[in-house]
Design a protein around this ligand. Structure first.
Ligand code: HEC
Length: 173
């Protein structure tokens, strides 16, 4: 039951691996033992921790992504300086070959229910193509806040930079 619940809300590689390790721990406990039986004394404490982590993880609900307006304002400036030649100032595609960051192709990949970690991971690992990773996580969050705002996502709580938190923030137009 636990894993069914988990699979329904999974969307994050890190979360998935926690579930996998929890189910292998459960399998290692053996089908023959009573569900109420205390774990053997030899059971490493870490295994118990993994089960607790998986249960805690299952309780973290997915939420719609949001960003703070000031992140988007800073991000707009950086985007104009660094990204707009390729993607266009209004994100509709630029002069030197970047795809639009608005519209159906973009939405299908990043704004149709994907976790914000997908967009954050793509941009912070691959953009700009000639020197990926050159910005701080906070600066990447600013630029992503700008992209989200231009896609019509409403402002609210700041966009985090932490991968686990981003895994539970859903981008949906
Ligand atoms: C030299 C041109 C260039 C610059 C500068 C550039 N990009 Fe890109 N970008 C591309 C190209 C080309 C792709 C398509 C790459 C691919 O699909 O593998 C892309 C893809 C993307 C995507 C995914 C779009 C999609 O639908 O797949 C995002 C988001 C993105 N870039 C954001 C940024 C941000 C933010 C910056 C500034 C930090 C930036 N890019 C700078 C050329 C550029």
């Amino acid at each position: 039951m636990q894993s069914l619940g988990c699979i329904r809300i999974f969307g994050a590689a890190t979360f998935f691996s926690v579930v996998v390790s929890a189910s292998s721990v459960l399998a290692a406990n053996g089908a023959g033992t009573s569900p109420m039986a205390a774990p053997p004394l030899t059971q490493p404490a870490a295994d118990q921790t993994k089960i607790q982590v998986a249960q805690a993880g299952a309780a973290v609900a997915d939420k719609p992504v949001s960003f703070a307006e000031n992140q988007a304002v800073r991000g707009a400036k950086l985007f104009r300086e660094v990204c707009a030649d390729c993607h266009g100032e209004s994100l509709r595609g630029g002069l030197i070959g970047g795809p639009p960051l608005l519209g159906s192709a973009f939405e299908k990949k990043f704004a149709g229910g994907a976790p914000a970690s997908a967009l954050f991971g793509f941009v912070s690992n691959l953009m700009p193509p000639d020197s990926p990773g050159q910005f701080s996580p906070g600066e990447y969050a600013d630029m992503i806040a700008f992209i989200l705002r231009e896609n019509g996502i409403a402002p609210g709580a700041p966009l985090p930079t932490n991968a686990d938190a981003l895994d539970h923030l859903i981008v949906e137009k």
